[in-house]
Design a protein around this ligand. Structure first.
Ligand code: DLZ
Length: 159
């Protein structure tokens, strides 16, 4: 089994359809870059391990997680994109900025999926510390990027 899939439980990968023809957009937030690059690697490798073609995976960078919704919308509105994966990391600071970004981001990403009627996956870590984020970006708690990619593929298999 490919390395990227070892971290995923069987129920996250069972019943998936052939996705060799499917096209994926991955929107990556540049804030907390060390974390989001690790999420991207996980998502990309998992898509490949599940049967996606390299040429069918397109990446778009946005400045921060707040901008993920608009980036996702630009991807989702394209007829050639079947599913969008958003990747970000919001770390709690001393102000309420955290709450506003997390809420706007979660609501916005949900709306894009419903508006364009295609999977738009929420691969955004919301943690108190950088360490908690790294633990979930290829560390001891796995990689949320892997999970986001598997979820996108699973959603394409549901419909
Ligand atoms: C401003 C800001 C702060 C304080 N923290 C984060 C963060 O932890 N993670 C993240 O992805 N983005 C952060 N940002 C940037 C916002 O997402 C956004 O880019 C700016 O508010 C500009 O709209």
């Amino acid at each position: 089994m490919a390395t990227a899939l070892k971290n995923l439980s069987d129920n996250k990968t069972s019943g998936m359809r052939d996705i060799s023809g499917a096209k994926f957009g991955i929107v990556v937030s540049e804030w907390n870059e060390e974390v989001t690059e690790a999420l991207y690697s996980g998502a990309f490798e998992t898509l490949i391990a599940l049967g996606a073609t390299r040429e069918h995976i397109e990446r778009m960078n946005v400045p921060g997680s707040f901008e993920l919704s608009l980036g996702a919308q630009w991807m989702a509105k394209r007829n050639d994109i079947d599913a969008v994966i958003t990747l970000g990391c919001v770390i709690q600071g001393e102000t309420r900025h955290f709450d506003f970004i997390c809420q706007a981001c979660a609501n916005g990403i949900t709306e894009v999926g419903l508006k364009y009627d295609k999977p738009v996956i929420f691969g955004v870590l919301t943690t108190e510390t950088q360490k908690q984020a790294m633990d979930r970006a290829g560390g001891r708690h796995g990689n949320k990027g892997d999970e986001a990619a598997a979820t996108a593929v699973k959603m394409l298999s549901v419909k």
